[in-house]
Design a protein around this ligand. Structure first.
Ligand code: GTP
Ligand code: MG
Length: 206
């Protein structure tokens, strides 16, 4: 699936604009600027498919991406959708916009029956912050399966990566909905991507 071209199909500014529930959805959550959009581009090997920026607050809607070649008719649905989300935490945007998209993210995470797995991205340099913990607790409460992905591992020293993976795993052990394996990626260096692709392919069958 990841070998083929992917396309953008829909930007969702509020819950009313969600597509009808259909294929399994895999969502990418995390603080603003953690690298959600970059990771989607790296996974599907398409630079510029999801828009990225140095400025936190780039992604402001739920953006749906699917493999190309499916009509979307009931008998020809794509096998999954990747959902890029706005970030939480600090963003360079008007407060009312940030409040609106934060609500959208939380409503979507709590209330989407076809949401199969959330990848919660954590910046390797910063680790799990308070607002990450709030999202993890929300997912635990809603019983939505999620997995932690460390991002931007090219920004830390190589030997620090396994140590950080182990520490992070230790921290999430108390979380009932957390998948008991932490992944480490760099979109810049294209590392850890195959492991994540495989995990996604398994997640959509569960
Ligand atoms: P919002 O949409 O604003 O929430 O951000 P996002 O989480 O989608 O982050 P985005 O992918 O836009 O990346 C933010 C910045 O981090 C950009 O300048 C990227 O180039 C950079 N970045 C993303 N992934 C990596 C990585 O693996 N390594 C390095 N060095 N930089 C990265
Ligand atoms: Mg983004």
């Amino acid at each position: 699936l990841f070998g083929r071209p992917w396309i953008f199909i829909r930007g969702v500014p509020s819950m009313n604009f969600l597509p009808p529930e259909g294929p399994p959805e895999i969502a990418f959550a995390g603080r603003s600027n953690v690298g959600k959009s970059s990771l989607i581009n790296a996974l599907v090997a398409h630079k510029g498919l999801a828009r990225t920026s140095n400025t936190p607050g780039r992604t402001q809607e739920l953006n749906y991406f699917v493999p190309d070649g499916f009509s979307g008719e009931a008998d020809d649905l794509p096998p999954m959708a990747l959902v890029d989300m706005p970030g939480y935490g600090y963003a360079q945007a008007p407060k009312e916009n940030v409040d609106a998209w934060t609500k959208l993210v939380f409503d979507y995470l709590r209330g989407r029956a076809t949401l199969k797995r959330v990848y919660v991205l954590i910046d390797s340099r910063h680790g799990i912050k308070k607002n990450d913990d709030e999202v993890l607790s929300l997912l635990d409460k809603a019983a939505i399966s999620y997995q932690i992905v460390l991002t931007k591992t090219d920004k830390i020293k190589d030997p620090a990566v396994p140590k950080l993976m182990a520490e992070t795993l230790e921290k999430i052990k108390k979380h009932p909905a957390a998948f008991p394996e932490v992944l480490a990626t760099s979109s810049e260096k294209a590392s850890g991507l195959d492991e994540l692709r495989r995990a996604i392919e398994v997640a959509i069958t569960q």
